[in-house]
Design a protein around this ligand. Structure first.
Ligand code: SF4
Ligand code: SF4
Length: 427
């Protein structure tokens, strides 16, 4: 039991590093990004247009229920292990402490106030550079990274992107210099939300000392990044379930050859996470009651909806509609003409060329220039074309036919049912 609890700090710091790298990489790889100027939502490498409501809806609902499910099952695991605010706050505290100790060691002959001033100055200098980097990455979630880089390189503080860059840099600096973990207990709504989502089966950090073994060394209090005493209650709003106190108590109690007094546990009365007694696998992973089954089902529903919607998605969307302002016109050549309008949206990452053709309308001709229509990635094209057929053939007033579209290089083809109108005397 002790060996398990001693590993939480290391595990947490490794996850922090992975999350930091993910935070840096996600906007560049378009894994999750809202491009405000282009009105695009990037998800898992797909460039979704705001008009693609179904996919955007399923993606947002899936992400929201992922957070809900993690809170119901595992409490504030996101806060302790993955939240950027927590990661950068802890990094800022660690950097400041390291600089203070390093300077005290390097120049012991200086007075304490002088050492303090130099340490603070160095800390602010490093934090300023880090704030610029953080602000840059943060804004990359909303503005195209290359575009943002050009604005930064030209010291642009006149446009919206330039102004927001300067503002986010200032906020990041003040946040990680002054606010830090206080943000979690004052501004962030997630801690309060957790109080609503958690229940008697949610994973939490719990102090259990039925036999009164605690020696009141207060090491669990000293290591707590939130400055609380877990012995008071497992339901304190400040507790982010980071497990630093589990490591601390485990270390102290191991020296006394006694078991750890603080644990991860499934609720206040449930078994410990480290309990090795035989249990079904689903209880081990937190699937402990009907509520959790429902939450998991909802999550799977949105995940499947998203999967299907992405699977059915076409990179190049072609829409065709008849223009019925005039039902038809008779051309100088005596043929009957109907007008149609197309709109093409290239939502993929490579150029597309859409070729139009007609089928099931004898004697008909397509009057369209250009054909194929070429559309660059991320752009739209719209235009009109006509279809003509000879007069006086005795056909019906309304003829049903099909417009065929073929998109290169994807090789996607489509058949659009359409109607052709002719004057009554043509019958
Ligand atoms: S009480 Fe323990 S788990 Fe909660 S925040 Fe403090 S150190 Fe982390
Ligand atoms: S670290 Fe353990 S022994 Fe020390 S005060 Fe906290 S709970 Fe008690």
């Amino acid at each position: 039991m002790v060996s398990v609890s001693l590993s939480w700090h290391k595990l947490r710091k490794r996850i922090h590093l992975l999350c930091f790298l993910a935070f840096l990489a996600l906007p560049f790889l378009n894994v999750v990004r809202f491009d405000i100027p282009k009105e695009r939502f990037y998800f898992a490498g797909y460039q979704l247009w705001i008009s693609e409501f179904a996919i955007v809806f399923f993606a947002l609902m899936f992400l929201m229920f992922l957070v809900v499910a993690s809170s119901v099952f595992y409490g504030r695991v996101f806060c302790g292990y993955m939240c950027p605010q927590m990661i950068f706050s802890e990094a800022s505290v660690a950097l400041e402490t390291w600089l203070r100790k390093r300077i005290a060691k390097s120049v012991p002959q200086w007075s304490p106030p002088a050492r303090q001033r130099v340490a603070r100055g160095l800390f602010y200098a490093v934090l300023s550079a880090a704030s610029v980097l953080l602000a840059f990455i943060f804004i990359c979630y909303f503005v195209e990274p290359h575009d943002l880089w050009h604005r930064l390189a030209s010291l642009d503080i006149h446009t919206a992107a330039g102004i927001s860059g300067a503002a986010v840099t200032l906020v990041a600096f003040l946040d990680f210099a002054l606010v830090r973990q206080r943000f979690c207990t004052t501004v962030c709504p997630y801690g309060y939300l957790q109080g609503l989502l958690g229940d008697l089966n949610t994973l939490l950090v719990h102090y259990r000392d039925e036999t009164h073994e605690c020696i009141d060394c207060k090491k669990c209090v000293r290591v707590c990044p939130m400055g609380i005493d877990i012995r008071q209650s497992p339901f304190q709003i400040e507790c982010i379930h980071c497990a630093e106190c589990i490591d601390a108590c485990g270390e102290i109690m191991a020296r006394l050859k006694k078991p750890n007094l603080i644990h991860y546990a499934w609720g206040e009365k449930g078994e410990l996470l480290s309990d090795t007694s035989p249990r079904p696998w689903y209880r081990r992973v937190g699937l402990r009651d009907g509520k959790r089954v429902v939450v998991l089902m909802v999550l799977l529903f949105y995940a499947s909806g998203l999967f299907v919607a992405l699977g059915m998605r076409r990179a190049v969307l072609v829409q065709i509609a008849p223009v019925r302002a005039t039902l038809y016109r008779i051309g100088g050549d005596g043929r009957v003409y109907n007008q149609f309008r197309y709109r093409i949206a290239n939502r993929g990452g490579q150029p597309g060329a859409v070729t139009f053709a007609i089928q099931q309308l004898p004697g008909a001709a397509l009057v369209m220039t250009p054909n194929p229509v070429r559309v660059r990635p991320g752009e739209s094209a719209a235009g009109d074309f006509e279809i003509s057929r000879p007069p006086g053939r005795g056909e019906e007033l309304v003829s049903h036919f099909t417009i065929l579209t073929n998109t290169a290089p994807a090789g996607e083809s489509d058949q659009v049912p359409m109607t052709f109108l002719a004057p009554a005397e043509d019958k």
